[in-house]
Design a protein around this ligand. Structure first.
Ligand code: NAP
Length: 241
């Protein structure tokens, strides 16, 4: 059965790869991002079912995004909370304003969207929520404590919601990627720092965004109904230490 999907942070990077994969699979997909012009061009290129531009930091945007998405699709069967902000910095050097921003984008906004999509999913007794965590949330990352805390929060949120919603045919999972060479990685670390990070990855390679998209495609399928409340590491062995 083809589904109606909302993916946050899908103008580029991992979110865009997920959008392309699910569109190829015949699902209806709405993409989101901040830059209206870029987003509208991307939506045309990939033949998205719709696009909604806006900043997750704006007051009230979760309700606006949800209402606009429902306006386009009628309802939402699948929510992928993918948008995320990363800050690589020693704790004492993190600017105070970053704390609120990263908590909002990485944890509060996903929570707010879950809160909005759940009632309809419960009514139709079918739903899929996939949260994009990080291996940093699963095992910790030095110099990324704020980011890791939010991603660990998504693990707690996913497990708890999975328990709460199991009887309604709704699954909730979190994917924890290791390093993926997107803008997020390339603008946060220098080439030298990225190479150092790669040295710590057992498979000595970057994850391709398409690998994450494949996992999302599986998790939203009926075949994956039994997988809920799971924190899935897709990290080329990085979690093994
Ligand atoms: N890359 C990695 O190595 C890695 C590893 C583990 C986990 N992850 C997680 O995977 C997810 C996607 O990461 P990525 O690497 O694809 O990141 P990315 O290339 O930086 O893309 C981030 C996406 O989120 C959107 N976004 C960010 N802040 C936003 C805001 N305030 N309002 C609206 N949209 C916003 C961006 O939209 P705009 O185009 O408008 O900026 C963009 O679509 C994130 O949750 C990240 O934490 C990434």
């Amino acid at each position: 059965m083809k589904k109606k999907v909302l993916i946050t942070g899908s103008s580029r990077g991992i979110g865009l790869a997920i959008a392309k994969k699910l569109l190829e699979d015949g699902h209806q997909v709405i993409i989101t991002g901040r830059n209206y012009e870029k987003l509208s061009k991307t939506a045309i290129e990939i033949n998205a079912s719709g696009y909604i531009a806006g900043d997750l930091l704006e007051e009230g945007f979760s309700q606006e995004l949800y209402s606009s998405a429902v306006g386009i699709l009628g309802n939402i069967d699948v929510l992928v909370n993918n948008a995320g902000l990363y800050k690589w910095s020693k704790i004492e050097e993190v600017p105070l304003e970053n704390i609120e921003q990263i908590l909002k984008v990485n944890l509060q906004f996903p929570y707010e969207l879950c809160r909005l999509v759940v009632p309809e999913m419960k009514k139709q007794r079918w739903g899929r929520i996939v949260n994009m965590g990080s291996i940093s949330g699963a095992v910790g990352e030095a110099n990324a404590s704020l980011y890791s805390a939010t991603k660990a929060g998504l693990i707690g949120l996913s497990k708890s919601l999975a328990l709460e919603l199991a009887e309604f045919g709704i699954t909730v999972n979190v994917i924890n990627p290791g390093w993926v060479k997107t803008d997020l990685a390339e603008t946060s670390l220098t080439t030298e720092q990225l190479n150092e990070q790669l040295e710590m990855v057992p498979q000595r390679r970057w994850i391709n965004p398409d690998e994450i998209a494949e996992l999302v495609k599986y998790l939203i399928s009926d075949s994956a109904y039994g997988i809920t409340g799971q924190s899935l590491n897709l990290c080329c062995g990085l979690s093994l230490g």
